[in-house]
Ligand binder design. Structure first.
Ligand code: IMP
Ligand code: MG
Length: 446
């Protein structure tokens, strides 16, 4: 069975949670490779909504192993809170493992991030202020604390003291009260007790499982355009959300990533600051935001809304080697007479041949649009009858042609049942029969 990465091709919030949930029955293991509790993956099962921030959505299925890789930054209290929510749903936490090498988010990380964002004022990144960036900074600076450090109290206390004393200097500079190293140590020593049974050598474990013939779904968080290296820097997250992050974030050889499924919203959204060429300035943006319920699952912020940007998604497909797409939320577009799609950019009057590497250029590009006729009918109903409006088929085909990838799944609503499969194209990604059974609820979660 193939190992597949499922990741976002835009600025996050493409609807990855639902897609991962649908595909999970075809895999043995679901693994997160980057990000932290800045993510918000919403899954709705028979009207019950669950938002997961850190633990892979695969946990909603019996018997699946869920893994948090070394590329993730882990907030112990956020993790434990999520475990408690899952317990309320009757889910056994024994199947959730954390890499020994995953870096820990510490209390000073979010405190410092808030101070820095405030100082940036107009130029702020608009982060989730969860301490994600500062935790990755400490990782790169080689002073971070890792999950494995929780297992040795003496070592933990020393490392916490060193870090807190250093961070206090910065906190004081921002006019903040300093932290007590002993109190931070005691807090984290308390978490250590509960986290201990979950901490393992994830890379070795995954390689053993692969040798036994098990398969892995690599679950991406955020989206390609928020990738630290390849996204719209500096308005990005601090991890490798694109496919390259799978190998470094889990300790998996490149040859073990057999396919990459790109999750793409039929329009575009972005939370936080940064360039967004197809952002809609008029009331049509409001319509998308309301119909699509475009409010952040993590921060509750209203997402900025825009038309589908084929330049950005084509770039993401090339970067990740995506040939198959899961297209989400086209039903949000049901009401429009005409639907613009961005087919190219011009910069200072000249067409650009490729996606600009510089955010300052992207900020100033003029998007070129092609207007496609709207289908003006309910796609959710069409999905049930299996009869697609021709105009929707044309819209989808235009998107596919522009980004050079084919849709193997189309999602027209939050429920599992509101999904259309293209089984022939799904092969190599997941077992079409298993996904179909899942849609009908025969393999329903719990
Ligand atoms: P950070 O990840 O909290 O550092 O935030 C950096 C940027 O990524 C900000 O623009 C956030 O709004 C954005 N971001 C982080 N996580 C998500 C997500 O899960 N969905 C969408 N945007 C996100
Ligand atoms: Mg989200």
């Amino acid at each position: 069975m193939a190992n597949v990465a499922v990741l976002g091709t835009q600025w996050g919030d493409e609807g990855k949670g639902k897609i991962v949930d649908l595909l999970t029955p075809s895999f043995d293991i679901i693994a997160r490779y980057q990000g932290g509790h800045n993510a918000g993956h919403t899954v709705t099962i028979r009207g019950r909504k669950i938002v997961l921030h850190l633990i892979p959505s695969g946990i909603l299925h019996r018997g699946k192993l869920c893994v948090i890789g070394n590329g993730v930054v882990l907030s112990p209290p956020a993790f434990l809170e999520e475990l408690d929510v899952l317990r309320e749903f009757g889910i056994n936490p024994a199947n959730i493992l954390i890499s020994h090498n995953a870096h820990l988010i510490m209390p000073y990380h979010s405190l410092l991030e808030k101070c820095r964002e405030e100082c940036l004022a107009e130029r702020k990144i608009g982060t989730t202020c969860r301490g994600i960036g500062p935790a990755y900074e400490d990782k790169a600076a080689r002073r971070g604390l890792r999950a494995g450090d929780l297992l040795d109290q003496g070592w933990l206390e020393d490392k916490i003291r060193e870090n807190v004393l250093e961070k206090n200097m910065e906190l004081v500079r921002f006019g903040q009260p300093s932290l007590d190293p002993r109190a931070v140590f005691e807090e984290y020593a308390g978490y250590a007790q509960r986290l201990k049974p979950h901490i393992v050598d994830v890379s070795t474990l995954l390689q053993q499982r692969l040798r036994r013939g098990q398969s892995i779904l690599f679950e991406g968080a955020q989206g390609t355009m928020l990738d630290l290296d390849h996204g719209t820097y500096p308005f990005v997250t601090s991890s490798s959300s694109a496919a390259g992050g799978v190998c470094t974030g889990l300790g998996i050889p490149p040859g073990q990533v057999h396919a990459v499924l790109g999750v793409t919203k039929a329009y575009t959204t972005r939370v936080g600051s940064g360039p967004f060429p197809t952002e809609i300035p008029d009331e049509r943006g409001e319509i998308l935001s309301k119909r699509g319920n475009e409010f952040g699952a993590t921060t509750g912020r209203r997402r900025r809304c825009g038309w589908f940007d084929a330049v950005a998604v084509a770039y993401a497909c090339r970067l990740n080697g995506i040939t198959r797409l899961a297209v989400t939320k086209p039903d949000v577009l049901d009401v429009f007479d005409k639907i613009p799609v961005c087919t190219g950019y011009r910069y200072k009057g000249t067409p650009l041949r490729s996606f600009p590497v510089d955010s300052r250029v992207l900020e100033k590009v003029e998007p070129r649009y092609r207007e496609l006729p709207g289908w003006k009918t309910s796609l959710a109903e069409a999905a049930e009858s299996g009869r697609w409006p021709q105009r929707f088929k044309d819209y989808l085909r235009t998107l596919e042609d522009m980004v050079e990838a084919r849709a193997c799944l189309v999602s027209t609503g939050v429920e599992r049942s509101q999904t259309i499969l293209l089984p022939r194209l799904l092969r190599g990604i997941a077992d079409p029969d298993q996904v179909r059974a899942q849609l009908r609820g025969r393999l329903a979660g719990r």
